[in-house]
Design a protein around this ligand. Structure first.
Ligand code: FPP
Length: 251
């Protein structure tokens, strides 16, 4: 279902996007908040705040053009290494974001999901996440997956652990393990692999994001810092994606 987020000038460019061959699932590594702030002599936190603002236009654009899944890398398993003050500020921003935006997302039929080990997050964050996911669980529009305390390697290890337990309990046979069975033991169970992965800020890495799921994803990089990334940049990425030939190892 295509939602009815209010349209404005920033939607320009969406009208001639081909609805055939749209990526079903777009994943974004939202990088460059710190450098965006530094360039303006602002504290890093100001960059993250601006990063949260950037989410609105991107989610609205995805919803309006009929993208099914949008996965956002908001906090990695490695991000705990940042100064406590920055980690705390990111967690607070998440809580503020959810409190402020969930009703509008819900009105626009968005489903909010989380991937990652959220048990390590502050209690207030867990409460808001649970409220948001429960409130939106019966919607049928765009699914926004927020990756929080997420790491691709730890996701795979967790999957291996769960499978090993099933085998030990005679609930699964060794010979029954295949790629599709394994995928069901990942956080992304039931979600198609990303067709398009976008990374902002000029870095050309995957950084432990969806490493199993990204096997055949198309990658799209831009020098733009995340806080400056708008719906029109997303449209450009999708149009580039639509020109690519995906062969999945075939010819
Ligand atoms: C990378 O920029 C960004 C992050 C580690 C966090 C991304 C988070 C947000 C956009 C906001 C929080 C999300 C939600 C859903 C509320 P960086 O700090 O690594 O930038 P730098 O590489 O320029 O230092």
């Amino acid at each position: 279902m295509i939602s009815n987020f209010r349209k404005n000038k920033s939607d320009s460019g969406t009208e001639n996007i081909k609805s055939l061959n749209l990526p079903k699932h777009i994943a974004i590594i939202m990088d460059g908040n710190g450098r965006w702030a530094k360039k303006r002599n602002l504290p890093r936190i100001a960059g993250h705040k601006a990063g949260v603002e950037a989410l609105r236009d991107v989610i609205k654009t995805c919803s309006n053009i009929g993208i099914s899944y949008l996965t956002l890398f908001a906090f990695s398993t490695e991000n705990w290494k940042r100064p406590t003050q920055e980690v705390n500020a990111l967690m607070e921003l998440l809580v503020i974001y959810l409190r402020k935006e969930v009703s509008e997302l819900h009105r626009n039929d968005v489903i909010i999901k989380v991937i990652g080990d959220i048990s390590k997050l502050p209690e207030t964050a867990i409460t808001e996440i649970n409220k948001a996911t429960e409130m939106t669980s019966n919607n049928s529009g765009l699914t926004v997956n927020i990756a929080l305390n997420y790491g691709g390697r730890s996701e795979i290890l967790l999957g291996v652990e769960k499978i090993a337990k099933k085998i030990l309990n005679n609930e699964l046979k060794l010979q029954d393990i295949n790629e599709s069975v394994f995928s069901n033991f990942l956080y992304t169970k039931g979600i198609p692999d990303p067709d398009l992965i976008i990374r902002t800020s000029g870095e050309l890495r995957i950084s432990n994001f969806l490493i199993w799921q990204a096997a055949y994803s198309e990658l799209w990089f831009t020098d733009i810092y995340w806080p400056d990334f708008k719906g029109k940049h997303l449209i450009k990425a999708i149009k580039d994606y639509q020109k690519r030939k995906r062969r999945f190892g075939g010819i």
